[in-house]
Write a protein that binds this ligand. Structure first.
Ligand code: FAD
Length: 469
């Protein structure tokens, strides 16, 4: 009898605290790690350019770490069921184990694979690994929460102490390993110099993720509540791509902050776990509302009078490139373009500016983020955009339109963040940036404003009045 299980890696690029890998080893002894590259699986939401860059390095990291422990990573490209079946047949594996993903497209695909393989006598098991609570666990009268605060209260009430497992030192693999692709064959890397910029800003991989987590737990979490809204300061964890790609698990994050695994009590640590709960809340929303990425949750917003695409095309391009003439917005968009990441406070500011001041549909901004963020995540991204546009669950009330200048005054009072990303404004005080005459802008080579902030705010409120009732 075969003592072999296939471990199907998907977005859990780690060896430590990996329930599917651990269970396969303890149930079967020998394991065959497999990755199937299937960009079609999420329909319109194939990974964007920054995600593909990260994925390339995540695969290299996983392949090398597995190989150091004695197991190969078999990489295949195409439909997952076809390849898993083929690998089961060629190796005689008795089981296929994986960790669950919750995007509706994956859920459907995985259900089909589970039932097809089970019918063929393969033992199929899936595990919870990327969330603390399954999206069907914390419901309100059987329905998903639509408001975050009660969801967060419930999370605290139902808290289960977490515990994690160390990475295996050795892995037993089959002697004959079926063929597959090399990571390079997947052609994931961008063909322009952006990859170089991303590499300056990030180090993908499991060990790099753990180092970042340790650094944050030791040095920064205590001040998290105080500094998390300051984009010029390294006050947040920057763990988002590591969490998205599963280089670290949320349980590992909690344990690093609170070794007992209990709900932390410190102000910074609890505030931080609350953000992890936002991540879970987004996953829950998407799980129960599969159209979250393309359709407003609040029905009345589905007829919102956006500007026409032909009318906004140039403004959208200026927004993407950080040439709107609004310093805080341009700083954020350039940080994104140069590093594949943007501070959360600034994400809200640029999203509000796009959807309200420029009256451009949120889906356009969501697409750009999808392509350029290294942490692009279908649940968090669509939830973040819908929240800011006012049409999502627990959304900011529409009329609360962020004023980018007031946001800069509060959260970047010295203008440090702006000057870092908008070199045209290097020699200026923050206040001066707000009152730049057109001639002075031309001298500095800085963009003229696309719209007047006050006038465009009024226009947005008028548009909202059309759907309000
Ligand atoms: P920290 O403040 O250190 O938070 C720790 C972790 O909690 C994050 O890594 C993230 O996993 C989670 N988290 C924090 N804030 C949120 C939030 N508001 N919603 C959901 N999870 C959160 N986050 C993504 O991971 N991917 C996205 O594609 C994404 N798109 C966004 C789009 C918009 C318009 C907005 C407003 C927010 C978006 N966010 C997204 C949420 C948030 O901006 C990022 O998670 C955060 O900036 C990541 O930085 P960090 O790891 O330093 O966060």
């Amino acid at each position: 009898m075969s003592d072999l299980a296939i471990v199907w890696f998907r977005r859990d690029f780690r060896l430590a605290d990996n329930p599917a890998l651990d269970a396969a080893r303890s149930d079967f002894g020998r394991v065959l790690p497999v990755y199937v590259h299937d960009p079609e699986a999420l329909g319109d939401w194939a990974p964007g350019a920054a995600s593909r860059w990260w994925l390339h390095h995540a695969l290299v990291d996983l392949r090398d770490r597995l190989s150091d422990r004695g197991a190969p990573l078999v990489i295949r490209s195409g439909g997952a069921l076809v390849h898993l079946r083929d690998l089961v047949r060629k190796t005689g594996a008795k089981a296929v184990y994986w960790n669950r993903l919750y995007e509706p497209g994956y859920v459907e695909r995985d259900k089909e694979i589970k039932s097809a393989l089970s019918e063929e006598g393969v033992d199929v098991k899936s595990f919870r690994a990327s969330v603390l609570f399954e999206p069907w666990e914390l419901l309100h009268d059987g329905k998903p929460y639509q408001v975050f605060t009660p969801y967060w209260k419930r999370t605290q009430k139902e808290w289960r102490p977490v515990s994690t497992r160390p990475e295996p030192r050795e892995l037993a693999a089959p002697d004959d390993v079926p063929g597959g692709d090399a990571v390079e064959d997947l052609a994931l890397l961008p063909d322009h110099d952006w990859g170089g910029k991303l590499a300056e800003a990030w180090e993908p991989g499991e060990r790099a993720g753990r180092r970042r987590l340790e650094h944050f737990a030791d040095e920064a979490v205590a001040d998290y509540e105080k500094l998390r809204d300051r984009p010029a300061v390294d006050g947040t964890s920057r763990l988002s791509p590591y969490l998205h790609f599963g280089h670290v698990s949320p349980a590992q994050v909690v344990e690093a902050l609170e070794p007992s695994g209990e709900l932390p009590t410190g102000k910074g640590t609890l505030g931080f776990v609350r953000e992890l709960a936002w991540r879970e809340f987004s996953a829950l929303l998407l799980f129960h509302a599969p159209r979250l990425p393309d359709r407003a949750l609040k029905e009345k917003f589905r007829n919102f009078p956006w500007r026409a695409a032909s009318e906004y095309a140039e403004d959208l391009e200026a927004w993407k490139r950080g040439r709107t003439g609004v310093p805080m917005v341009d700083a954020g968009m350039r940080q994104l373009w140069q590093t594949g990441w943007m501070h959360n406070r600034v994400r809200m500011v640029v999203a509000s500016y796009l959807t309200k001041n420029l009256l451009i549909p949120w889906q356009e901004g969501e697409r750009w983020f999808w392509d350029t963020l290294v942490d692009a995540d279908l649940a968090n991204n669509s939830q973040g955009w819908q929240w800011t546009a006012g049409c999502g669950a627990d959304a900011a009330p529409y009329f609360r339109i962020f004023n980018p200048e007031r946001q800069a005054e509060r959260f970047d009072p010295e203008g440090e963040y702006i000057r870092r990303w908008v070199p045209e404004l290097e020699g200026l005080e923050r206040k001066e940036m707000e009152s730049l005459e057109e001639e002075r802008r031309d001298e500095l080579g800085y963009a003229r404003p696309l719209v007047d902030l006050k006038g465009s705010r009024e226009r947005a409120l008028d548009a909202y009045a059309e759907i309000k009732d």
